[in-house]
Design a protein around this ligand. Structure first.
Ligand SMILES: CC(C)(COP(=O)(O)OP(=O)(O)OC[C@H]1O[C@@H](n2cnc3c(N)ncnc32)[C@H](O)[C@@H]1OP(=O)(O)O)[C@@H](O)C(=O)NCCC(=O)NCCS
Length: 150
């Protein structure tokens, strides 16, 4: 487990976006290219920096405030942690930070498309375990976490 004091999670500086996209591409090459092609202006990119050194060891891409029925919801789109830093708490810290930012933008919950959790496979079970650990529960075709009481 990384010492939280060594980990800084913050919005990516403009010159860090390329590193963030490289991390995304390392895990999801095709999706990364598609995503860059339509990158919505409201996207939030949070990076996790370890000991203040570059490049980032993790990244989350998402939209902190979208309309979901009558409520506002953050939409978590991509989350990637550098392989060498997995299972040290970086992923959970990024999710928590994205949830807090979404809350600050007026969202009452954060959602992610359940299909993105590769339903049915062994990897899907691991991802589901991760997001459950982060406070998410299945809600139809989404997994979601309430953030209004954060
Ligand atoms: C999913 C991912 C972001 C998790 O990041 P991480 O930094 O390794 O996760 P954390 O260390 O914060 O894990 C927190 C807890 O979640 C659970 N968890 C995380 N990864 C898990 C796995 N592979 N299998 C089972 N449980 C897991 C554990 O309970 C873990 O706590 P523990 O290590 O004390 O047991 C990372 O594995 C990753 O980048 N995967 C590839 C990209 C991806 O699939 N992204 C998600 C879809 S967009």
């Amino acid at each position: 487990m990384n010492d939280p004091a060594r980990l800084d999670i913050r919005p990516a500086d403009p010159d860090e976006i390329l590193s963030a996209l490289a991390l995304l591409r390392s895990e999801f090459p095709r999706a990364a290219d598609d995503y860059v092609a339509y990158l919505p202006p409201q996207v939030m990119v949070l990076v996790a920096m370890l000991d203040g050194s570059r490049p980032p060891v993790g990244v989350v891409f998402g939209r902190p405030s979208t309309s979901s029925g009558s409520e506002r919801a953050g939409l978590l789109q991509f989350l990637v942690v550098d392989q060498a830093q997995r299972r040290t708490g970086v992923g959970e810290a990024l999710v928590d930070a994205f949830c807090q930012k979404s809350r600050n933008c007026g969202s009452v919950k954060v959602q992610l498309h359940y299909g993105a959790v590769t339903f049915g496979s062994e990897r899907g079970q691991q991802l589901t375990a991760f997001y459950v650990r982060c406070g998410f529960a299945r809600a139809g075709s989404y997994m979601e976490r309430r953030v209004d009481l954060l």
